[in-house]
Design a protein around this ligand. Structure first.
Ligand code: G6P
Ligand code: MN
Length: 417
């Protein structure tokens, strides 16, 4: 019988995870769910809500909360991590400051993504060290962004088992299933790249390659990238490649919006937490569907189920490259299709690479590995190199003052610098 600890349980996504666990109660016999957060107010509200929610779901499981990692981790089988260091307030800086320099301002992509990594990685390392100490056999199921960089840092520094998750890797499957009206288990593909910088191709249904017409149906679901460009490219890109393929247009749009996504979320969260706090309310708030992280519990529980029951599932996950992609280093974390079983994730072979995107993926990976190094060491020169290596920055004259301004804005959360 399993014990699951949720780190950052004050996140509005927690009930999704609870719902998913409840739906899988037959295959995943969980006896205990521990909620952990540094924000005691949100933690208290969430504990109250989750207790009402499991009753509503008729789900028989022990739920309790703590601020002690020792208590939460001892005896745990899975540690789900979903933290955002500095909260959405820090995210707003990531979104706004780069825009002043004419660059994309975004939570995971570009300069904002790098600073997200610089804040989150040191805290994730602390958490992982406690996992080593209190539950060395547990799996870390990470959803903290930027998930690829977090996974790479933990692989480098700690001796833990970690699955770096993002629902994005499964989206082509979900898109194709909806667009073509076929069950998802019949759909497979090759998947090349990194978290939020990746491409799907060689899609098959029941082992047969999809037709050009079916391809056109599927890409209609990817609404952020030009349909014409995807037809030309003949790959299904991550939604986040919009920032690379339509940079000028996106910068313009981001400048014109009256609220950044982080600002909108701060308001949305107030509403969501009012609903969680309302003691007459025992069901998931509808407002939650307005967050972008849907699908998270499906992927997280898919991984736990495949590991615990040794089911050998096909899933897209962030793992160390180890020769999977020949043009990247072995210790570079990639997002790739894996076979998941009790032994963890085994990346599947990728037979060939679409040449057009190799340069872009390599450049972004170079930035990522430098950013991870900067996050671990607090070395400012490396941080500046990471920024200049990023294809969305590239210009030293912009990077230099931007780095200073970002370091200053986030300094409460960057003890390593
Ligand atoms: C997608 C991404 C996640 C990201 C989320 C943002 O699901 O894959 O990595 O965190 O969107 O959603 P939000 O509601 O915070 O903008
Ligand atoms: Mn993601």
């Amino acid at each position: 019988n399993l014990k699951i600890a949720i780190v950052g349980a004050g996140s509005s996504y927690t009930p999704e995870l609870i719902e998913g666990l409840s739906q899988h109660r037959k295959t995943l016999p969980v006896k205990e769910i521990v909620l952990l957060d540094i924000n005691e107010e949100r933690l208290g509200i969430m504990e109250g809500f989750v207790k009402r929610y499991i009753q509503h779901l008729n789900y028989d499981v022990k739920v309790w909360s703590t601020t002690s990692r020792e208590e939460a981790f001892t005896g745990a089988d899975f540690i789900s991590t979903q933290i955002r260091v500095g909260g959405n307030k820090a995210r707003i800086n990531d979104e706004k400051i780069p825009l002043k320099y004419g660059l994309i301002g975004q939570e995971t992509t570009g300069v904002g993504g790098m600073f997200n990594a610089l804040r989150v990685i040191p805290v994730m390392i602390e958490i992982a060290k406690d996992v080593e100490k209190y539950c060395p056999d547990a799996w870390i199921i990470n959803y903290s962004n930027p998930t690829g960089l977090v996974t790479e840092a933990l692989n480098k520094i700690c001796n833990v088992k970690i699955a770096g998750l993002c629902a994005g890797g499964m989206r082509p499957r979900w898109w194709a299933s909806e667009a073509l009206d076929v069950p998802e288990e019949k759909i497979y593909y090759d998947y090349l790249g990194l978290n939020h910088m990746n491409f799907t191709y060689h899609m098959t249904i029941d082992g047969r390659p999809i037709t050009d017409e079916e391809f056109s149906q599927v890409i209609k679901k990817c609404t952020t990238v030009s349909q014409e460009w995807m037809e030309t490219l003949h790959l299904i890109p991550s939604q986040y490649t919009q920032y690379y393929f339509h940079t000028k247009e996106r910068v313009q749009q981001l400048k014109e919006q009256d609220k950044t996504r982080g600002e909108a979320i701060l308001e949305l969260e107030k509403q969501i937490f009012r609903e969680y706090a309302d003691e007459s309310n025992n069901d998931k708030p509808k407002t939650l569907a307005k967050r972008g992280g849907g699908g998270y519990s499906k992927v997280a529980i898919g991984v736990m189920d495949a590991i615990y029951n040794d089911t050998g599932k096909w899933m897209v996950i962030n793992v160390a490259n180890n020769g999977t992609v020949r043009f990247l280093d072995d210790d570079a974390v990639i997002e790739t299709a894996c076979y998941v079983s009790k032994n963890g994730m085994q990346p599947l072979t990728i037979p060939d690479y679409p040449k057009t995107v190799v340069g872009l993926i390599s450049a972004v990976k170079t930035y990522e590995s430098l950013a991870v190094e900067a996050a671990i060491t607090g070395n400012k020169d490396i941080a500046l190199q990471a920024l200049v290596a990023h294809p969305l920055v590239r210009d030293y004259d912009i990077a230099k003052p931007l780095l200073e301004e970002m370091l200053e804005a986030h300094r409460d959360y960057l003890p390593q610098f």
